[in-house]
Design a protein around this ligand. Sequence first.
Ligand SMILES: NC(=O)c1ccc[n+]([C@@H]2O[C@H](COP(=O)([O-])OP(=O)(O)OC[C@H]3O[C@@H](n4cnc5c(N)ncnc54)[C@H](O)[C@@H]3O)[C@@H](O)[C@H]2O)c1
Length: 371
Amino acid sequence: MSGLAPGYQQEPLPVVLVGAGNMGRNWIRTVGSSPDARVVGIVDLDLELAGRVAREEALDVVLGSSVSEVAARSGAVAVVNVTVPAAHRPVNEEALFTGLPVLCEKPIAPTLVDALQQAALAEVAGGLLMVSQSRRFFTELTRLRAVADRLGRVGAITTEFYKAPHFGGFRDRMEQPLLVDMAIHQFDMARYLLRADPVTVSCSSWNPAWSWYDGDASATATFAFDDGARYTFTGSWCAPGRETSWNGSWRVSAEHGTAVWDGDGAPEADGIDTLPDVPAGPEEIAGSLAEFVRCLRSGETPQSEIHRNIPSLAMVEAAVLSADTGERVDIPRLLEQRYAEAVRTERRTDVRERLEQWGSVAHVRGAEALR
Ligand SMILES: NC(=O)c1ccc[n+]([C@@H]2O[C@H](COP(=O)([O-])OP(=O)(O)OC[C@H]3O[C@@H](n4cnc5c(N)ncnc54)[C@H](O)[C@@H]3O)[C@@H](O)[C@H]2O)c1
């Protein structure tokens, strides 16, 4: 059951966009050029900003500061949440309990505890909560996975990520800008390639003397996965010269050969004669949007539905913990600890009871295993 009115099986979905900041503008343009959806309302705490963005993007839409109210006035049937991570839960909660499915920017929450509570909340509300983990949607990444599948068992995957952006704003003030704001993409891509679960991580982070960030702009993390493979991410956000792509530079070392990918073009591989064909689809956030709408229509579960996305956030939180303590972190154990904390601190009775019904965080891992 898709839960969508029959008219929306083909018609573009009317959506409310929440958060008219930098990324919100990208989303407005992406929705505008998509056959799948159209923006009918914009919500921001800063109403003046919402109005300015609507004017500048030439949109005649309903404006407001409450998602349920703007949805009711505009006839929206879904929500795209592009607010800052700390605001994701209140916006998602209001939308889901108004009966609106949500596509929410990454990271779904600032903490694993918050993410686990939102997974239970989505269950109680009975609606789809999908995370836009947009770097899964690259045709050449799909091809790299198809190559890796042909190369047999994977021993190791590495990503080098070296860039030197001057963002200004919140990233410059974060304690772990690279690990929290960026590396979640590569960690999630590694899960996508390996089709396995992360079990441990050892991570070191530091801030080069010339860094223009307050927090650690450089990090190296090595994860062990439950199929025996290792994944190593090493990178920096204050690394001028010979920069990698935004996807990073990848190597997959496997039983029957090796593949490399610069994150932009086609992968190259030893061990296979021809590169596999893969379907080309919309990329980045356009890919997220297409999957969200396709799954709403078909009733399928998206690959980054909140339960399935939680292990990627767990990789980030575990890497940060390892960097802080200097210890190797056991990820399933961390998830159990965070689950206990989620039960203890959830303020809504219905959501807390749902969390208790899970019995253990294996509930989430069960959903994730379906990926
Ligand atoms: N996928 C990517 O590659 C990518 C790139 C950049 C940003 N992002 C993500 O997009 C999100 C937004 O980032 P940004 O750079 O646009 O931030 P931003 O600060 O520029 O914009 C956020 C907007 O949300 C509004 N807002 C905050 N709380 C709100 C609430 N409760 N209700 C309504 N509006 C609220 C703010 O007023 C602001 O206008 C973050 O989660 C970020 O990690 C993803």
